[in-house]
Design a protein around this ligand. Structure first.
Ligand code: ADP
Ligand code: F6P
Length: 322
């Protein structure tokens, strides 16, 4: 193997740059030529490749976002699009590809592998919704961003005897909501996996008021079946709730920012390992974090496995929110 490429795809996450840097520098260590593909599968189909040397990845370790940019591309979901992508890689003499992204991006990586092209995936998504790894790149930074916001919101909530509904990201996975509820001392948390009804959130906030709390926080993942605006309306129409109620939707601030120490290390380790695995001739695999060590698992298996959140975290959240 003489030439490899790396791309970032799907929703960005803090630490993607650290992973790109690690892929490039590991490739150079082994005497490989490393191309960056800009804007994920869009750049692949458009032939948007740039040669990356050591200097091109200088000063990016600590930066959020992705220097290669990212995109979502519908054409690549089609068999014709995937064959076109394969042609582009072959035209450039690329012999192996590292895809850094979420579960959609890994589906794309699997498609290329099934066409016979060597591909290794690196899980990067703030949602932590990818099986086969205990943590994806960006999750830790997003959690730190959320708890900083929670700390600030609690200060003002407490001054005004208010309840805050905080909506956090997580389209289909409540990991960010659940863990931030534990770390931020929330009274109640509602996730797609363990949805708490509007009525039960009303009851939890009322109970907090009756216990004499000066503030209350409910964390709701964006993927639950109701809108947080409807929840707030219901709370405001219920005089028993006691608190004055405000809504704060944290939104995309959760996806940006400098990666935490944990994410820099995870991304660096995964980037190095991905190139080593490619050089060993493995393909269709994703690099993951086990207990301490890095693992590799078939992407196909990773994508069919559920990504459950340990029930013990729900117990922890319930016990500590009394
Ligand atoms: P993420 O990787 O963050 O989950 P998306 O789900 O938007 O983000 O996926 C990113 C891109 O991966 C899509 O825009 C598409 O180009 C590609 N992709 C997603 N699903 C598939 C699929 N089933 N087959 C091939 N490519 C896919
Ligand atoms: O990266 C995953 C995620 O953060 C989801 O939690 C969220 O629903 C989605 O991305 C929003 O992404 P975008 O605004 O880029 O469509």
């Amino acid at each position: 193997m003489k030439t490899i490429a790396v791309m970032t795809s799907g929703g960005d996450s803090p630490g993607m740059n650290a992973a790109i840097r690690a892929v490039v520098r590991t490739g150079l260590e082994y005497g490989l030529e490393v191309y960056g593909i800009r804007q994920g599968y869009t750049g692949l189909l458009g032939g948007d490749f740039i040669l990356l040397g050591s200097r091109e990845v200088s000063g990016i370790l600590q930066r959020g976002g992705t220097i290669l940019q990212t995109a979502r591309n519908l054409e690549f979901k089609t068999p014709q699009g995937q064959k076109k992508g394969l042609r582009r890689l072959n035209e450039r003499g690329i012999e192996g590809l590292v895809v850094i992204g979420g579960d959609g991006s890994l589906h794309g990586a699997l498609a290329l592998h099934k066409l016979g092209f060597p591909v290794v995936g690196i899980p990067a998504s703030i949602d932590n919704d990818i099986a086969g790894t205990s943590m994806s790149i960006g999750v830790d930074t997003a959690l730190n961003t959320i708890i900083e916001a929670l700390d600030r919101i609690r200060d003002t909530a407490s001054s005004h005897t208010r309840a805050f509904i905080i909506e956090v990201m997580g389209r289909s996975c409540g990991y960010l909501a659940l863990i931030s509820s534990i770390l931020g001392g929330a009274e109640v948390v509602s996730t797609p996996e363990h949805e708490v009804s509007i009525e039960n959130i009303e009851a939890a906030l009322e109970a907090a008021y009756v216990r004499g709390k000066s503030h209350a926080i409910a964390i709701v993942a964006e993927g639950v079946s109701y809108e947080t605006t409807d929840l707030v309306t219901a709370l405001r129409n219920n005089p028993e709730v006691g608190f004055d109620v405000r809504l704060s939707i944290l939104g995309h601030i959760q996806r940006g920012g400098n990666p935490s120490a944990f994410d820099r290390l995870l991304a660096s380790r995964m980037g190095v390992h991905a190139v080593e695995v490619l050089r060993e001739g493995q393909s269709g695999v994703m690099v993951g974090l086990g207990n301490q060590d890095l693992t590799t698992q078939s992407i196909e298996e990773v994508l069919i496995q559920p990504r459950p959140i340990s029930e013990s975290y729900y117990d922890l959240a319930r016990i500590l929110s009394r």
